[in-house]
Design a binder for this molecule. Structure first.
Ligand SMILES: CC1=C(CCC(=O)O)c2cc3nc(cc4[nH]c(cc5[nH]c(cc1n2)c(C)c5CCC(=O)O)c(CCC(=O)O)c4C)C(CCC(=O)O)=C3C
Ligand SMILES: [Fe+2]
Length: 383
């Protein structure tokens, strides 16, 4: 914070915000929420898994193993229902700001697919799309792959004479609003702990493991790499510090990983949450507070890999595991997504937008978060 008086031409002032809100999401006429997708019944599990891993060389045993996670939940992932709820919440938030721009949904790996979303938008007369992913961080899997999905879908519908222009909201993990939404959840969970002494509590921030090579190349092509990991570390340390200050506790957090796949010969980010729980129990920790900051809703990685598998590890060790909710449809998160959309629209109109540490450009830099298997067309970037 500075005490410099704000003038109307400074980015992020109230005057600026007022114009921003008045113009709504212009020049965009539709919002596309991009999800990962998931099976909604037992028959959809294997087709879904084959789509996720197409051309990826994931062994069949791993597919069968992941399929069995879905079996625990009747062959249905919660992810699509969570995205329906997110769209409803975002609709409510935009409505409350007088913004009527429709929100359409498209998934990478299950219906409704992105090409169908494009067809539906076009049929309704929409031509300028602003896309928002349900993944907050920068990496090939969580950013560029969605941009490739957009390019594939655009190419498919172009053959039918359908042309749309698509821009994207930058990955939002570095947004102060994303930190605020996660902090709310963390503080609520910590408050609910009984009088456990600080030195018996471990605070574990969890995210999806990715191959080390994918992390090494995440971020701008001419940057330092490891942006996926750095974004998580920055958020984790901010959350641990702010939660500690708010609650007057001495909390140190650390980053751990879940949901590793691929052959054991390929290194992925570590430590695995289960391995770390074992070490911590041996060091005298009694309570593990597990905050899945890498995910925006409680989908399969959370309800299986954490609430089922890591919970079982904790049970075996006699550890109490407290799982912090993901941001889901929390009002702070949804409001920040609405802000991010408004800022993207303002940027498209050539207006200034608020700056903050770690802000990602809305148009990805050349070579950022590359596809290491095969270079492919991707929208919303400068390459
Ligand atoms: C970074 C990241 C996110 C977070 C960002 C984002 O949300 O996009 C994410 C999300 C998700 N990942 C999901 C599911 C799966 N991910 C897999 C495989 C992989 N994920 C990877 C990375 C990520 N994944 C990677 C590097 C692989 C290896 C193969 C590949 O390069 O693709 C596999 C294949 C089987 C396996 O090997 O585990 C499945 C079934 C679901 C749906 C859950 C549900 O159904 O509720 C969600 C939200
Ligand atoms: Fe995944």
């Amino acid at each position: 914070m500075t005490d410099t008086p704000r003038t109307p031409d400074q980015p992020g002032t109230e005057a600026q915000q007022a114009t921003t809100e008045k113009q709504g999401l212009a020049p965009y006429d539709v919002v596309l929420l991009l999800g990962f997708g998931g099976p909604e019944g037992p028959d959809e599990v294997m087709p879904f898994l084959r789509r996720v891993t197409a051309g990826r060389g994931i062994p069949d045993e791993r597919l069968a193993e992941v399929g069995s996670h879905y079996d625990h939940f009747g062959g249905r992932s919660p992810i699509n229902d969570q995205n329906r709820a997110l769209i409803a919440a975002l609709r409510g938030e935009l409505d409350s700001r007088g913004i009527t721009t429709p929100i359409v949904w498209g998934n990478r790996n299950s219906a409704p697919f992105i090409d169908d979303a494009f067809r539906a938008m076009h049929a309704d007369g929409h031509r300028r799309v602003v896309a928002l992913t349900t993944s907050a961080y920068s990496s090939y899997s969580s950013c560029r792959q969605y941009r490739e999905n957009l390019a594939d879908a655009a190419a498919t519908v172009a053959e039918e004479g359908i042309e749309l222009s698509v821009d994207k909201v930058a990955q939002y993990a570095p947004r102060p609003g994303f930190a605020a939404a996660n902090l709310d959840e963390l503080v609520r969970s910590l408050r609910a702990l009984d009088g456990a002494p600080d030195h018996e509590i471990a605070l574990l921030f969890v995210t999806h493991s990715i191959p080390e090579a994918m992390d090494d190349t995440s971020g701008p092509g001419d940057g330092e790499g490891n942006l996926y990991r750095r974004q998580h570390l920055a958020l984790a340390s901010e959350l641990a510090q702010e939660a500690g200050t708010l609650l007057g506790r001495e909390l140190t957090g650390e980053l751990v990983f879940c949901s590793r796949s691929g052959p054991p010969t390929v290194p992925w980010l570590e430590p695995d949450v289960n391995d770390r729980l074992r070490e911590l129990a041996a060091e005298g920790v009694r309570t593990a507070v597990v905050a899945p900051i890498g995910f925006v809703s409680d989908h399969m990685e959370v309800v299986y890999d954490l609430d089922t598998e890591a919970q079982q590890t904790a049970d075996e060790l006699g550890l109490r595991l407290v799982r912090v909710p993901t941001v889901g449809t929390s009002p702070v998160f949804v409001s920040d997504l609405a802000d991010a959309l408004l800022e993207r629209a303002a940027e498209a109109r050539g207006e200034p937008v608020p700056q903050f540490e770690g802000r990602r450009p809305s148009v990805c830099e050349p070579g950022c978060c590359p596809n290491l298997r095969q270079a492919r067309p991707a929208l919303c970037g400068s390459d």
